[in-house]
Each structure stands twice: as structure tokens, then as C-alpha cells.
Ligand binder design. Structure first.
Ligand code: KIV
Length: 311
């Protein structure tokens, strides 16, 4: 996975600019993951790894691990800002956090999530907003939620050279229409609708499909009938890759969580332990120790006078 250092240099402690992205020189730099890489993974039946990230330090870790694709999801409104839905994410917020993630993960295929109402009003506004993800934040692709009715928007963005990942199944931006966060496509009629919609969006130019909270059967039909990478988020094992919300995957989220979530760590517990240790050390005056203090130059402290009560 860690490959031939395209354009990377070695040695030194300064930053080099590559595709407008700062590559720390001296770090191993992997080959840039592109749409062609993801398609090749699908052809080779090698699962694509995708995970969300919302900030620079996490992006650095995901890049170091070699995660293929990072989604800067509008789930940030919930897991980072504490809102109760994704509807509260704004364009400026998404651009700021996408740029931070790009600075931390130069090699990953970066997907920027278009927030609520940023692509619904008209095509011109959709192109302008999607273009910001590409030109300001350095994304490789944008993601938008929708059924077959967003086909014209996907067509317009694609014509404007903006690659689009189409998000089908449970679409959190439509939570009020769905009446809650529910799995979709559980009966044949609605599953067929998702299958047909995915074909409409592919025909409109979508470069990848994301399926959220749908049963494995329709997901399999979709994945097997297209050359596009199909990424599942609660769509079973027969798709081309998997994505989870970072906070769910590392055990930082507070429940209840969707059935498809698996926590691969206990980051909440680890944070609790570290923060508790810090607080206890401060209260017990164990921190700071001598090693954490700046030293005055020799002989200088003796020249200090107490604070005068009145001058
Ligand atoms: O916003 C997000 O994080 C997403 C994932 C749930 C796929 O869209």
C-alpha cells in the first residue's frame, strides 16, 4: 500500500508543496490514491478502506495507516459540533475542515460531503459550492445525497469536471422525510427503487456509489452490476469497500449506535483515563515537575525584588 513516493523528496525538516498540498519532507509519502486506484481495487477484488475524518491530527494518523479514502462527512455537525442532525453543517465549516484533513492526508482519496441545501437550489449554486470543495479544500471528489431525482445535478457537476459520489439508501439529510434514521430497501419495492436509482445516477456520471443502511441483497446487485466502486456504510459484505464514521469506529461515540457500527477501540475510555490523570496530577501538585519549568539564567533570580506594596 505504501508505494513509490511520487514527487516526494527525502531528508530535511521543511515542507514541500505538491498539488497545493504540504508534504512533510522526510516522511514516507505514499502514491496518491485516485479514482483509477479505487477502480483497480474493485477489479482486483481488494476491499477499499474508507473512514471519516474532520481534523488535521486524525487525518495524519489515517494517512499513516494508509486508509484509501477519507470522507469529510457532514456527520461532523453531530460528532464534532454536537448537533442532533447533519442539517446544521454549513459550506464554510465543511470547507475549513476538508482543508485541514487534506493538509494531514495528502495521499488519500479525499471526499468532501456537500451539506444540506448546498446543491438543491439550482445547478449554478451546486457547481459553485462543489467547486469550492475541489479548488479551496483540495478534494478529489464530492459526495451528495439523493435518489434518482438528483441525476440532473450529478450530470451538471460531472460536466463541470467535478467527480461525484452518489449517496443512496438512508440519507441523513432527508431524516425528516424518512421519519427517523431507518434502514432503507427492506422490502422488494423499495430495494428495487434504490437499485434503479443507482443506475440513473451512474448514467448521469456518478464516479462512485455510497450505500447507507441497506440490506446486503440489493447492495450486492448494485455492486455486481457496475464498474463503479460501491462503498457500504451498513450495506453488508458484498460491496467494494466499507466506510464508518470515525468516532463510531474508534469507540468515541456515545450510544445508541446503528446496528452496523463496530467499535475497534475504546477511545472514549482512553481519553477519560488521560484527562483524569492530568486533572489528578494538577490537584496533587504532581504536575508540573521541575523538568517542565524554564530555568532563569545563572545568578539572575537573586536580583529579583518582592512586589512593592506602594511605590
Ligand atoms: O456524513 C457522513 O459521515 C456520511 C457517512 C455516514 C457515510 O455520509
Amino acid at each position: 500500500m505504501w508505494g513509490g513516493a511520487a514527487g516526494a523528496s527525502k531528508g530535511g525538516g521543511f515542507l514541500a508543496e505538491m498539488r497545493g498540498v504540504a508534504y512533510p519532507i522526510g516522511m514516507a509519502v505514499r502514491e496518491k490514491i485516485t479514482l483509477a486506484t479505487l477502480r483497480a481495487r474493485k477489479r482486483a477484488k481488494t476491499p477499499i478502506t474508507m473512514l471519516t475524518a474532520y481534523d488535521y491530527p486524525t487525518a495524519r494518523v489515517e494517512e499513516a495507516v494508509g486508509i484509501d479514502s477519507i470522507l469529510v462527512g457532514d456527520s461532523a455537525a453531530q460528532v464534532v459540533l454536537g448537533f442532533d442532525s447533519t442539517l446544521r453543517a454549513t459550506m464554510d465549516f465543511m470547507i475549513a475542515i476538508c482543508s485541514a484533513v487534506r493538509r494531514g492526508a495528502a495521499g488519500a482519496f479525499l471526499v468532501g460531503d456537500m451539506p444540506y441545501l448546498s446543491y438543491h437550489v439550482n445547478t449554478e449554486e451546486a457547481i459553485r459550492n462543489a467547486g469550492r470543495f475541489m479548488s479551496e479544500a483540495g478534494c478529489d471528489c464530492v459526495k451528495l445525497e439523493g435518489d434518482g431525482r438528483v441525476a440532473d445535478t450529478v450530470r451538471a457537476l460531472t460536466a463541470a469536471t467535478i467527480p461525484v459520489m452518489a449517496h443512496l439508501g438512508l440519507r441523513p439529510q432527508a431524516v425528516h422525510q424518512f421519519g427517523g434514521y431507518r434502514a432503507q430497501g427492506r422490502d422488494a419495492k423499495s430495494a428495487q427503487q434504490i437499485i434503479d436509482d443507482s443506475k440513473r445516477l451512474e448514467d448521469a456520471g456518478a464516479c462512485a456509489i455510497l450505500l447507507e443502511a441497506v440490506p446486503p441483497e440489493p447492495a450486492r446487485i448494485i455492486a455486481e452490476s457496475t464498474e463503479l466502486p460501491v462503498i457500504g456504510c451498513g450495506a453488508g459484505p458484498y460491496v467494494d469497500g466499507q466506510v464508518l464514521v470515525l468516532h463510531d469506529a474508534i469507540g468515541l461515540s456515545e450510544g445508541p449506535l446503528p446496528r452496523f457500527v463496530k467499535a475497534f477501540g475504546d477511545m472514549r475510555g482512553q481519553l477519560h483515563t488521560a484527562i483524569s490523570a492530568y486533572a489528578a496530577a494538577v490537584v496533587k501538585r504532581e504536575y508540573p515537575g521541575g523538568e517542565h519549568c524554564y530555568q532563569m539564567e545563572p545568578g539572575e533570580s537573586g536580583k529579583l525584588r518582592p512586589v512593592a506594596t506602594s511605590l
